[in-house]
Structure formats: structure tokens, C-alpha cells
Ligand binder design. Structure first.
Ligand SMILES: *Cc1c(COP(=O)(O)O)cnc(C)c1O
Length: 221
């Protein structure tokens, strides 16, 4: 049995220490509790320990899990951190406060339409394929500037951050540093990077949001 409350306390301490070491205000780093594959009652334990920001990678799963939780906790903040298909855009815009995985023009157009139609505007981050991996989602670094221009000028979207998942088998530090540079160049205030195994490094490199699942909720089955 995973002790989520205890894990939460340990995580907060580690985030505080990493922030301090980097000369940053711990308040400038948000923990996104990644609850994919975990149950509503796991999420409730985290909520009981004061956690309010959660990340899910599937629209349907999040919709079911957070239906009641949303009503019980009006200050809950939900991030979509997995790929978004255009046919799920309406649901995603209704449900999420932040969509971190905007990664192609078709999706930008669909999001702009849904936001206009539904009158609800989640914050949007652009996912960057920082390791230039052919199988991975995300905008290529070389295309980022023009993609942001397309989102803003053509679709009328406001983009507030960048997100990445660096290559798995490599030291992520140089990728994190590149991401920070890109975010600064584009004047984007939010930077979502770092998971259970590397969030301290991500904080050192300037992450404003770290996405932690396993270190909080235990292994996923
Ligand atoms: C699952 C997932 C995480 C959390 O990973 P852990 O290693 O369990 O902390 C973070 N980001 C994304 C995009 C994920 O899909």
C-alpha cells in the first residue's frame, strides 16, 4: 500500500530543497500530481494532503475520474499532459484548465473553434519535441517560432507556456536548458518539465511545473 500523504510530504520537501539550491522561490514551482491509471480515491488522498493540481493523459479517463471531484473541490486545477485528438477537443476544453500538448496546426485550429463555441479558454502550452525523436509528439525546435506565430496570429490563441518530455535514456539536463532558453526567447512564463526521476534537475533549469506520478502515487500497473 502506497502512503500517498507521506510521499506528498517528501516530494514537497524535495521541491523546496531543489528550489532553494537553484536560488528560486519554492512558490515559483508548481507540482502537478499525475494521476493517470490511479483511482478517484487515490486522488482524494492527495487532495486531503492539500494537493490541488493534477495531470491526466486521457480525456475520457479524466472526465470520469474528476466528475465528482471537480464539484467537491472548486479550486482543483486539471492539466492535460497526453496527446489530444481533434475529435476530443470539445471535451478537453470543457474539462481542463491547462492543455499542455498543443503540437500541430490542425489542433490549434480545432482548439480556437472550441474555445469560441464553448466560451471557455483553458491555458495552452505548446509541446516541444526537444530531443527530435521521430516517434514523439511535439513541435520541432526549428518550427517553434512559426508555430507560435500561427497559433497567435491565425488562430487568435494565447499561448502561455512550453512543455516537453525529453528522450528517456539520456541525461535530460541539456534538453531542460534548451527548453528554458526557448521559453525565455518567446517570453512564455510557464515551463512544464521534469518527472519523478528528474524533477530536481528540471527545477534547477527553470521548470515552473513538474509532473510527478510514480514518486507520489506509486508504480502504475
Ligand atoms: C506519466 C507522465 C508523467 C509522470 O511520470 P512519472 O515518471 O510517473 O512521474 C509526466 N509527464 C507525462 C507527459 C506523463 O505521461
Amino acid at each position: 500500500m502506497e502512503n500517498i500523504a507521506q510521499n506528498m510530504a517528501a516530494l514537497r520537501r524535495r521541491i523546496g530543497e531543489a528550489s532553494q539550491k537553484a536560488g528560486r522561490d519554492p512558490e515559483s514551482v508548481r507540482l502537478i500530481a499525475v494521476s493517470k491509471f490511479k483511482t478517484e480515491s487515490d486522488v482524494r488522498v492527495a487532495l486531503g494532503a492539500g494537493q490541488r493540481v493534477f495531470g491526466e493523459n486521457r480525456v475520457q479517463e479524466a472526465k470520469e475520474k474528476f466528475k465528482v471531484l471537480r464539484a467537491d473541490y472548486p479550486d482543483l486545477e486539471l492539466h492535460l499532459i497526453g496527446p489530444l485528438q481533434t475529435n476530443k477537443v470539445d471535451d478537453a476544453v470543457r474539462l481542463f484548465d491547462v492543455i499542455e500538448t498543443l503540437d500541430r496546426p490542425k489542433l490549434a485550429e480545432a482548439l480556437a473553434q472550441a474555445i469560441k463555441k464553448l466560451g471557455r479558454a483553458p491555458r495552452l502550452y505548446v509541446q516541444v519535441n526537444i530531443g527530435t525523436e521521430p516517434q514523439k509528439a511535439g513541435v520541432a525546435v526549428a518550427d517553434l517560432k512559426s508555430f507560435l506565430l500561427f497559433c497567435r496570429e491565425v488562430c487568435g490563441l494565447t499561448i502561455s507556456g512550453l512543455m516537453c518530455i525529453p528522450p528517456q535514456a539520456e541525461d535530460p539536463e541539456s534538453y531542460f536548458k534548451q527548453m528554458k532558453l526557448l521559453a525565455d526567447q518567446q517570453a512564455l512564463p510557464h515551463l512544464s518539465m521534469g518527472m519523478s526521476s528528474d524533477f530536481e534537475k528540471a527545477i534547477a533549469c527553470g521548470a515552473t511545473h513538474v509532473r510527478v506520478g510514480t514518486a507520489l502515487f506509486g508504480e502504475r500497473v
